[in-house]
Design a protein around this ligand. Structure first.
Ligand code: MOS
Length: 759
């Protein structure tokens, strides 16, 4: 493959549409005779609904219908996960009176306008039989259980050296030991675009404009909850205003809206409110993680033990694989043991959130490594370099491509790590303590089966299409670039089409897999389209290549060449009176999967200053070096890493919900749940090693949407320690936890032993 397009900085091909407001998101749909849905949600976290009085609301202006468990729309259980379901929850709403979490859907008000539906919703009176919810670690832990599997392995994975009886023996016989427990709150995705659905029926066919990371999966799930054949459903989602995992599953308001539209015989649109976004569409679960490390005096690890407890709902099991995706494999150690337990709470279902498993797991592991660096007196970069794993622990396969040590080296050099004073609290500037910290970054690389179509058209343009999605990450642009590269055309000549379940099938865009998964199918389809073009060109009388042998004609840079003649494909197609030739191809990973491990790696460094009187933490600068294989579009790749780091700043310093004893989130809004904003974000220096991983896929790209967050929170926490000498183990690192007198009285805590599940 030529490389004059791949790796360049390409502006977004959909950029103009977005900044001019012409990009139509699912919630923007305007349909004739459109009605608006507003969700009614439970005000208690556990129990049952005894009665609902809708009579006043029904008489409110514009109200068309009110659906409740006492006036339900028929919905079905949906698919089992083994049938390929990607639903975020398995209990369809309104089918009974049971309440399992605060904010659960208990009704849908449909009216002529959004405001009328919203106002009428306030007039519905609901009587509950409330029960005491499980809303704290201590209450939930009584029934903690191990999941059947975690990331395709057992809930407890043991890798022990010969002759070692147990991981605890290995730790006990290590000269150095670190034993620390970290807690993390529930985090919420908060994409700028809320979830939204517009459902339009034509006879028994449903077209649904739905904010989703997977149009094909959404079609299957929505159809199954409605009890209809998936061939009768088309899902459209050309643009997504951020997703971060919460749009990776179907949530029940979508089929509920579609069922209302069917019953009313008119289009219905439901937009989830910002407050409802906290309960209805998933979150990252809360975690307690215990890290026990044993090491030799020179810092080489002898034992790594990582025990995770994560929260889960009563409606579906979701496993936040915080140890299996991190300590299980990141460092070389003769003894490794990871384990996972789940703790049920009366909350909505947790789900994937940017770098599931890795982001929370690395927060703890990389802080623990920093604690080991302090204890052993070994520089944190050197400690990690010493423990770099060259084979996947316990499986003894190499990575397809791994350059983590180079990330450490380049990052340290770009950041100026050698200037760091290792003594905590040693660097002061007026009211501020200055510190530097670093952490590794890690995310698995996966690719799946996908199909794509490439169409060469008589007007000299080409179309590349696949039922994949652009979450705002830049997929529109990357598909155009790979199409252009494969066809030897400029990017301007490529039209992309995606976000439509009627296109050649592709999987959900999750797990940083889209580029790795879809681009091989585009490359294959481009080759097939070229072959077809040549076949047509030698067969058709009016073609300049008529009668030549197929092998004597070749395609390059948009031109057919052969027998001393050349012509661009558009003129050949025009000449023979054909509008286009097209090819659909499918690409899937091969057996290399068995012989290698596939991961992306990185190193992240930051400098913070901490105010001695207020505990305020300010980031001064951030350096990130990533080993993610081929960088396809430098511009959008850089934006992905930057976005991940901004996400990580919030995770480290400001975000997290507080779950009250009642099971209600106390801060389910943007003024009390603080995401990082521009003022919180310093200069971010971003580098890529750009080493193609062609064992992984032909383009050599491993995906980039998630790894940026993974080392960020720990790098910040470690810098805060270096600045202040204070090790905060209850995240996030709020200012009050850094105040001199605050050591034993954290104002916001979620420790197992004290207080409510405040997160
Ligand atoms: Mo990503 S959290 O797998 O959408």
């Amino acid at each position: 493959m030529k490389t004059d397009i791949i790796g360049q900085s390409q502006d977004r091909v959909d950029g103009k549409l977005k900044v001019t407001g012409r990009a139509m998101y699912p919630g923007d749909r305007q349909e004739e005779n459109l009605a608006h849905g507003y969700l009614l949600t439970s005000k208690v976290a556990k129990g049952s609904i005894q009665a609902m009085n809708t009579s006043v609301a029904e008489r409110a202006p514009g109200v068309v219908a009110i659906y409740t468990p006492f006036n339900p729309l028929k919905l079905y259980y949906g698919l089992e996960p083994s049938e390929g379901a990607s639903s975020g929850e398995t209990v369809p709403p309104l089918q009974d009176q049971k309440i399992q979490y605060h904010g659960q859907i208990i009704g849908l008000v449909v009216a002529d306008s959004f405001e009328q539906a919203r106002d009428a919703a306030r007039l519905v009176r609901t009587q509950y039989q409330a029960e005491d919810p499980v809303a704290s670690w201590e209450k939930g832990m009584e029934n903690a259980f191990a999941p059947e599997s975690v990331d395709k392995e057992k809930a407890t994975v043991k890798i022990l050296a010969e002759g070692v009886q147990s991981i605890d023996d290995a730790i006990k016989s290590s000269p150095l030991m670190i034993d620390v427990t970290y807690t993390e709150p529930i985090y919420h995705h908060n994409p700028m675009e809320p979830h939204a659905t517009t459902a339009v029926w034509q006879g028994d066919r449903l077209t649904i404009y739905d904010a989703t990371q997977g149009v094909v999966g959404q079609r299957r799930d929505v159809a199954s909850v409605l009890g209809i054949d998936e061939d009768m459903v088309r899902v459209l989602c050309p643009f997504v205003g951020g997703a971060f995992g919460c749009k990776g599953s179907m949530w029940m308001f979508s089929p509920l809206t579609a069922a209302a539209a069917r019953a009313l015989n008119r289009p219905v649109k439901t937009i989830v409110t910002r407050e409802q976004m906290f309960t209805l569409v998933g979150h990252r679960p809360a975690l307690i993680q215990q890290l026990t490390l044993g090491a030799n005096p020179d810092g080489t690890l002898q034992a790594v033990k990582h025990d995770v407890q994560s929260t889960v709902s009563f409606t579906k099991v979701f496993v936040e694989a915080a140890a299996h995706r991190t300590s299980r494999l990141l460092y070389k150690s003769p003894n490794i043991q990871v384990s996972q337990k789940l703790v049920r709470l009366n909350v909505g279902g947790p789900t994937f959130m940017r770098a599931p498993g890795c982001a929370p797991g690395m927060f703890s592991l990389e802080c623990a490594m920093d604690e080991l660096a302090v204890k052993s007196g070994i520089d944190p970069v050197e400690l990690r370099t010493k423990n770099d794993a060259q084979v996947y622990p316990g499986k003894n396969v190499p990575w397809s491509s791994k350059h983590l040590v180079e990330c450490y080296q380049l990052g340290a050099e770009k950041f100026g790590w050698s200037k760091r004073n290792p003594n905590p609290g040693a660097v002061q500037a007026g009211d501020w303590s200055i510190g530097m910290g670093m952490a590794s970054a890690l995310y698995p690389a996966h690719r799946n089966r996908a199909s794509a179509k490439v169409r060469l058209q008589a007007d000299g343009t080409a179309q590349v299409s696949s039922a994949t999605q652009d979450l705002g990450t830049g997929t529109w642009t990357v598909l155009a670039m790979v199409g252009a590269e494969s066809l030897g055309l400029p990017v301007e000549k490529i039209r992309t089409d995606l976000g439509d379940s009627a296109l050649p099938p592709a999987p959900t865009s999750g797990g940083s897999t889209t580029v790795a998964t879809v681009t091989p199918a585009i490359q294959k389809a481009a080759e097939s389209a070229k072959k077809k073009l040549i076949q047509v060109a030698v067969r058709e009388k009016k073609s300049p290549f008529f009668g030549m042998k197929i092998e004597d004609v070749s395609y390059g840079e948009g031109q057919l060449v052969g027998g001393g003649k050349s012509a661009d494909f558009g003129s050949v197609l025009n000449g023979i009176g054909r509008s286009a030739v097209e090819a659909i191809e499918t690409a899937a990973p091969g057996e290399e999967e068995e012989k290698y491990a596939f991961h992306s790696f990185g190193a992240q460094f930051c400098e913070v200053k901490v105010n001695r009187w207020t505990g305020e933490v300010r980031l001064q600068r951030f350096t990130s070096v990533m080993d993610i294989g081929t960088v396809v579009n430098h511009k959008t790749a850089r934006s992905q890493i930057m976005g991940g780091i901004v996400f990580g700043i919030g995770m480290a310093l400001t975000e997290g919900t507080i779950l009250e004893r009642s099971g209600r989130y106390a801060n389910a809004n943007f003024s009390d749940y603080l995401v990082a904003t521009n003022a919180d974000v310093p200069f971010i220096d971003i580098h890529f090693l750009n080493k193609p991983d062609t064992i992984f896929n032909p383009i050599g790209a491993r995906g980039i949407g998630e790894i940026g967050i993974t080392g960020t929170p720990a790098a910040i926490a470690n810098a805060v320690f270096n600045a202040t000498g204070k090790r905060v183990r209850e995240f996030p690192i709020l200012p009050e936890k850094l105040l001199p007198a605050a050591a034993n009285q954290p104002a916001i805590s979620m420790s197992a032993s004290k207080g409510p599940l405040k997160t």
